[in-house]
Design a protein around this ligand. Sequence first.
Ligand SMILES: [Cu+2]
Length: 274
Amino acid sequence: MGVPLSGEPDPPDEGRDRTHGKRLLLAAVRRAALIPILLACLLLGGGFAFAPARTHAVSQTLHAQVGPDFQISLSFDDGTPVTNLPAGTYTVQVKDLSTEHNFHLYGPGVDEKTQIETTSEATWTVTFQDQNGYSFQCDAHSSLTGTFTVGNLPAPAPVTTHEPEPLPAPPPPPPLPLRGTLRTTLGPKPAIALMKGKKHVRKLPRGIYTFAIADRSKADGVTLRRVVGGSFSQVLTAPRFVGKKTVSIELQPGKWKVYSGTRETRIYAFFDVT
Ligand SMILES: [Cu+2]
């Protein structure tokens, strides 16, 4: 559908009432405003004869659609998105194709919407006021949105459908430092000891530790549990196991307990990880 340069048809011959005069004046002003643009186009484009005032075909009927997927749009008859149109009264044919979205059209003098929970079709008659901006959106999903301008305002960037942007993956946590060896001895007496060097362990910085276990008890095994700060529990040696074993374990901040799995209340030691 072609559009006259003035952006509106010549007014009907209805006599020189005030409205008519104003319309003629507006049309004249618009034509005058186009002259520098035409001149510029002629200078730049050489033999070019007709400057399209708009790249899309403005139609009196607009087509609003939301769904069935995560998409919303408002377009002219030929399917081009509405980014700017002349002031005036339009018919909006609405297709709400989703039970999760609605189509809400609003701005100065306009506030029309469909229901979120149902699909529906509707026809709205709306009047867009000159020099204003209007919006449409799904009220349930704020990223499903679009805007357009009316009259001689710069058109917004055409955003008529909007996919939710995937969040960037969080960076992996930095690896814990390797902190060395903890000597863990159990038995033959009913006792457990956790040593770093020649000292009993009371407090450790977080990190990865190698538990070097010497289990000399036939009835007890070594179990490690994080009792405060998070859940972690691991049997390092089974009760009947006798011998040596090394196990690497990440120690995260909290209170930890190393103990005999069969006699936890008698054979145990606590230590803190910070
Ligand atoms: Cu929605």
